[in-house]
Every structure is written in structure tokens, then in C-alpha cells.
Design a binder for this molecule. Sequence first.
Ligand SMILES: *Cc1c(COP(=O)(O)O)cnc(C)c1O
Length: 417
Amino acid sequence: MQEPGLNEVDPKLAALIRAEETREADKLRLIASENYVSRAVLEATGSVLTNKYSEGYPEKRYYEGQQIIDQVELLAIERLKALFGADHVNVQPYSGSPANLAVYLAFCAAGDPVVGLALPAGGHLTHGWNVSITGKYFQSRGYGVRKDDHRIDFDEVRAIVREHKPKILWCGTTAYPRVLEFAKFREIADEVGAILCADIAHIAGLVAGGVHPSPIGIADVVTSTTHKTLRGPRGGIIMCKAEHAKAIDRAVFPGLQGGPHNHTTAGIAVAAKEAQSPDFKQYAANIVANAKALAEALLGQGFNLITGGTDNHLVLVDLTPKQIGGKPAAQALDRAGIVCNYNSIPFDPRKPFDPSGIRMGTAALTSRGMGPAEMQRLAGFMNRVVQAPDDGALLDRIAAEVKEMCSAFPAPGLPRA
Ligand SMILES: *Cc1c(COP(=O)(O)O)cnc(C)c1O
């Protein structure tokens, strides 16, 4: 007799998964950190590799039975080394935040000075923001963007670094639509002997696809998530120069974590293989082309964009000219089948829980094969929504149009209707 599956064992949970599949199929998913993984990545991630404990590193484990797991981890490492051109890769961090914590543990003692991009300017919590452990356990200072053009203020970066003398200088962003100039950060880090860590969580797929400059060879350490533009399972990686390999590996295990999530490592290996293909280069280029098309279309509909456009996968919209806050706009858009998040804009006069902006990224729509024509339609939908955010009937009509549009672009990994 066959063992009962999820439908039989837990129909309630099975139904929730089916419902999420429907949501992901029928909506325009614009959260800049999200994507659709392939069916192959899903299969690897949902495999028996979740059953195995493997504390340590390949050929240096603390439990027996690693004949297969060592090969899985080495495959992921070798593929990522080839993909990014890195000396050393650690694939064990549970996600992006633990990857960053491991970097602190590798190079800092509690109370040491660190510098990163401030959260309101588009930085990540783990770059030393005060509510994060990284802001509580380290002496953190944040730099920002310029008032006039909202680009990173390298004069401020230099001034703060000279004064604060950080052990680690972070560069990397969650809501910055422009190219990161890693060499400028390198120069500044070198003035005080700081470790330069580039966190490419959002843009890893663009770097892998060759449409954003790579920090490899410039930064001492590069951290990333694997589930954003890179299109892998939820996870984290750390890449570094050979001289830092030991410190990084020791920080991840035994410093911070126990056993690695081998099913995730397997999914990362598959994603890295996919990312080596010529198709992925095209995919990365299409993400950026779509973001630029969306930016143009939004400007055409009277939206204001931070920095006036984009070089990468995301656009940060300032809703001020539309006379609506980020939160009510995001909620109305969600009802209309357009899923994004409210987001602070630089120097935001409004409060963080209802800021002036929304953030959108094109990685997921591009995974469905959508192109500039769909970006144009999307901008039109958005303009209708923000003009009448309380008109439930209108929002439902737009949601139906969105669903119709989505049905022509089946998403990777989802069952086909
Ligand atoms: C998403 C992100 C992270 C954190 O990743 P989690 O997997 O959510 O912990 C870290 N840094 C940057 C820049 C990010 O965008």
C-alpha cells in the first residue's frame, strides 16, 4: 500500500498550499525580493536530503553517513565558484541574515565599530541598523544618499569611515535602484584597513547574469541570499578571498549554526546550474529591460521615481504626487492583484509604517516571460488603482484583468491549469 501523501495526512495544509499556488498564479508579484523557482529547484528542495545531519564541512564532518551529502555540498560550491569566479564559497548559512551575522563573527568582537547604509536610505537591517542585533552588539554608524539625486553619498561614506574607523564597511541594498560602485567603497575601506563586505542579496542574479558589475575581486567578502534574483531556494551564501576562507567557515560553523540544510544546499546547486546557462543571461537582461520599461511607463502615468529611473531590477516609487500613502496604495494594489510592499523613500517625511513609497521589482514577472508590453499595462492598472483606492468594485475588476493577463504567462514551478 502506498504511504499516504499530504492530501490524506493533512488536507488543511494541503489546501493552503494549493491556495498559495493559485495566488502566485493569478497575481502580478512585484515584491522585489521574491521570485518563482523552477520545478527542478522545488524538487531538490523537497527531497530526502532534509533527513540528514552533516555538521562540519565536506570530508570534515562530525557524523557518519556523508557519502552523498559531501557530493551535494561540493557540487553547490563548485558551481557557485564557477558562476561568480569566487576563491571560496560557503553555502551553509540558513539565509541572508545569518550569512551577514557570520561575517561579523569572523571579523569583529562585540562593541567593534562597523559602518553600513542606513535602513531609511535603502540599507538592510543587518548592516548595523539599531533594532537589529547588528546595531545592538556593534558600534554602528550609517551613511546615506544625497539629498539632491538620492545616489549614495560617497563624501559622507568617506567622512564617516575616517572618523569611525570600522572593522567592516558594508555595501549592499534592499531598495536602491542604481548600480553599486564597489571600487569606490574599496578605496574608502582601504583608507582605514576595513574589511569590505558587499551584500548582493537582491542583485546576485544580475551579477551572475553579467548585467550588474561584480564585487568579486574587489570586496573581501561577498554575501548573498539565493532566493531573490538568483532564483534558488531560500538560503544564504558567503563568498570570499582565499585568505578569509578559514575565518568565514569557522564563523558559520561552529560559530553560529549547527547542521546545514542539505535540501536547501541541493536546491542552491540546481539554481547555480540553471544560472550558468545562456538562458539565464537572457533572463537577467530581461529583468533589467522590464524594470526600465516599467519605470518609463510609470513616469508616463505621472508617478515619481526615486533617482528618476533604474539600472537594476527594482523601482522605488514616490507616491507624493498621487496624494496617497504607501500603505493604502499597497493594500489597494494587492486587492487589484498587484502585489508590492510599502517602503520608505530617502528623507521620507512620513512614518515608516505608512511611508511615501512603494517598492517593486521585476524578477518574478520576468520569470513568467512577461515583457515591456505587460509592464506598460501594469503601469496603467496602477494608475487606475491609486486614483480610486477605495473603489472596491473597480479594484475587483482590475484584479480580473490582471488574472486574465497572468493566465497567458504560466509561472515556473506552478501546476499548469
Ligand atoms: C534580503 C536581504 C537580506 C536578508 O536575507 P534573509 O534571507 O531575509 O535573511 C540581507 N541583505 C540584503 C541586502 C537583503 O536584501
